[in-house]
Write a protein that binds this ligand. Structure first.
Ligand code: PAF
Length: 295
């Protein structure tokens, strides 16, 4: 256990899984509710909002920073994923986080033990289809992190909507006593959802990246005006085309199962994934239920 920053004595970095578990259990035995914010680092205001939500709901907040190799395919950005550890720890310290778990690879994946999980249901379409193995990697690491950090509640961003469904399903299927709290997406002024991967965008790509949110807003307007689902999806795709963003998917589906909408009334979620050069971005927007008269 090391102090990350002498100027900020509240930041305590923990690398040892057993000591991390002990910290959480000791707090809970003292009657304290512990909130957990798992991250891969490269923290931004979206992560800060998760810590703020955890601080509001819990007595102690802990976080983890671990760039999980098992959720990246061999051709993805694991090697170049940003790792500004000192800045991340300083931010978490300023936000009042009590412990930051920063494990080595073999602390998460001990040699000789195969903990890989398989996933189904909401893990299969969209990101699951385009990034085979991604959600199995997410589920495996989150299950292991929840084992090491047996918090009362864990906080995730709505930007990764499909991931939140996978984590909820994991908690249900493993019978874990941890509440999964989904917090609103934090956006730049032009609507771009905050993401650690935004740092990859060249200035011209950054300007075009607003297409994802513009498209979601267009889809939401078409939805609210009573248009068929296909019309609203087409409005989303058109916004990507208008700014030359390659579209991986643009779909309006059931927000819990991610299956096609039965009946067209919703509630629904619009999901989008687009590519700008070598950078892939995702975003989404919840669409409220509409009456049959609105359709
Ligand atoms: O959303 C993320 O940052 C990661 O997928 C998570 C949940 C920390 C698992 O590695």
């Amino acid at each position: 256990m090391t102090r990350a920053d002498a100027a900020d004595p509240a930041v305590v970095v923990e690398t040892n899984p057993a000591r991390m578990t002990d910290f959480v259990r000791t707090a809970q035995l003292a009657g304290r509710r512990v909130g957990f914010v798992p991250t891969m680092g490269a923290l931004h205001a979206g992560h800060a909002s998760l810590v703020a939500a955890a601080t509001d709901a819990c007595d102690d907040v802990v976080a983890s920073i671990f760039v999980n190799p098992t959720q990246f395919a061999p051709d993805e950005d694991f090697d170049r994923y940003p790792r500004p550890l000192e800045a991340d720890l300083a931010l978490l310290g300023r936000l009042g986080v009590r412990r930051v778990f920063v494990p080595a690879l073999d602390a998460v994946y001990p040699a000789g033990i195969d903990r890989r999980l398989t996933v189904a249901g909401p893990a299969l379409p969209f990101e699951g289809a385009i990034r085979p193995g991604h959600f199995a990697g997410v589920a495996t690491v989150v299950a292991r992190l929840f084992e090491i950090v047996p918090a009362d509640a864990a906080f995730f961003g709505a930007k990764d909507w499909q991931q939140t469904l996978v984590v909820k399903r994991l908690v249900h299927d493993l019978g874990l006593a941890i509440e999964v709290v989904v917090c609103p997406t934090v956006r730049e002024t032009d609507g771009l959802a905050l993401s650690s991967r935004n740092a990859y965008l060249a200035p011209a790509e950054r300007a075009r990246a607003r297409a994802l949110h513009d498209g979601l807003a267009a889809a939401a307007a078409a939805w609210a005006a009573g248009n068929p689902v296909a019309t609203a999806e087409a409005a989303l795709r058109r916004a990507l085309e208008a700014r030359a963003v390659a579209c991986d998917y643009a779909a309006i589906v059931d927000p819990e199962s991610l299956a096609p909408l039965a009946g067209g009334c919703g509630p629904a979620i619009a999901l989008v994934a687009g590519r700008l050069g070598s950078t892939r971005l995702i975003d989404n927007m919840l669409l409220p239920a509409r009456t049959t008269e609105q359709r």
